[in-house]
Design a protein around this ligand. Structure first.
Ligand SMILES: C[S@@+](CC[C@H](N)C(=O)[O-])C[C@H]1O[C@@H](n2cnc3c(N)ncnc32)[C@H](O)[C@@H]1O
Length: 232
């Protein structure tokens, strides 16, 4: 485990892990309610950007309940899903026994350089105690020429979407979250706010050793899917 010193505005690692352990049983249901089921489509797009197929080896970090790992496995890749929350992994394990599920820390991956054809993270980078370290670890374990893909919520800059975003994240999500876990669903909007905007995240990925960094915005600009290629 890494030291766990949080960046400003984040919770310490131990608290993030405990929070996901607590909400594991409701996590998938809350995702479907909060996104009207659209999160599956976003994960499919992220998986497409990895370009994996049969013969590929892929790692999904902060895999949680494993939906992005499952998308990668559907494309024929041999997949490892890694997370530090045991309870989230228990839900993932029931979804696809072909996937190797591993408890571990995304900031300190126990893999050699260049082991994977693709490395992904879905809605997890925002929770990293140290984003640059997490991105550097993802780039390190990707093969030269391999793909790194980051799927994340992003804050829109301009009205009217920014107004809608505020209403949704500051009022609706915490209200819905009170039904499940108040702390977790108050943490969600604050973690989105402090996360870099799309262009800034692209620059951080380039600094982590990735070339050809691009991103697509979807869901009216509140979901960003970044991809890059590990520098040779
Ligand atoms: C919002 S969930 C996302 C789960 C899943 N990837 C998805 O697309 O729904 C964030 C996950 O990141 C995990 N996580 C956060 N920081 C981590 C770290 N440093 N190492 C491993 N897992 C981490 C949490 O335990 C949690 O399961």
């Amino acid at each position: 485990m890494s030291g766990g010193t949080p960046a400003s505005g984040t919770l310490p690692e131990s608290q993030v892990r405990a929070m996901f352990d607590r909400i594991a049983r409701v996590y998938d249901r809350m995702n479907s309610i909060m996104t009207a089921g659209m999160h599956h489509r976003w994960r499919q797009r992220a998986a497409e950007l990895t370009r994996v197929g049969a013969d590929s080896r892929a790692l999904d970090v902060a895999t949680g309940t494993g939906d992005l790992a499952v998308e990668l496995a559907r494309r024929g890749a041999s997949v490892t899903g890694l997370d530090f929350s045991k309870r989230m992994l228990e839900i993932a394990e029931a979804k696809d026994p072909r996937i190797e599920w591993v408890q571990g820390n995304a900031l300190d991956l126990g893999y050699a350089d260049g082991e994977f054809d693709a490395v992904t993270v879905g809605f997890g980078a925002r929770n990293f105690a140290d984003l640059d370290r997490g991105l550097a670890e993802m780039a390190r374990v990707a093969k030269p020429g391999g793909r790194v893909v980051v799927l994340e919520i992003t804050s829109p800059d301009r009205p009217p979407l920014s107004w809608f975003f505020s209403l949704w994240f500051d009022r609706v999500i915490p209200a819905l979250g009170r039904l499940a876990d108040s702390e977790a669903y108050t943490y969600l909007p604050s973690s989105v706010r402090r996360f870099p905007r799309a262009a800034a995240l692209g620059a951080r990925m380039a600094a982590a050793g990735l070339d050809d960094v691009r991103w697509v915005l979807t869901a009216g600009g509140i979901i960003a899917i970044h991809s890059g290629t590990r520098r040779t």
